[in-house]
Design a protein around this ligand. Sequence first.
Ligand code: 5GP
Ligand code: ZN
Length: 114
Amino acid sequence: MADSCIFCKIIDGEIPSAKVYEDEKVYAFLDISQVTKGHTLVIPKAHCKDIYNTHPDTAAALFSRIPKIANAIKETYEPVGLNVLNNNEEPAGQSVFHLHIHLIPRYGENDGFG
Ligand code: 5GP
Ligand code: ZN
């Protein structure tokens, strides 16, 4: 747990979130700013800043949950596609410095993303 990290606070329940999935290593929740309906963030419970600073075991745990969560999103929202994204460092668009994977359901050309 990093004291000033908002995603660590979300994991601890100090900041409320709309939970999508949780187990002992991974937490997934709806992004507060939905770029499309069902936009979800998947994070490791172990704090790591970005992909450069992530232990391979943590990365393996994180990525191993993606298919299950992606399928849950597919079932719930019935998108026509899904983007899996990860931003590292500010110039690449990272704004929260706790590693996270964006799952962005797609609904066609005019869905507002991309
Ligand atoms: P990044 O820009 O770092 O790749 O993505 C960070 C994401 O975290 C953004 O899409 C932003 O909307 C989301 N976010 C920031 N603060 C909160 C929060 O307090 N709750 C939730 N659910 N999402 C947040
Ligand atoms: Zn953190």
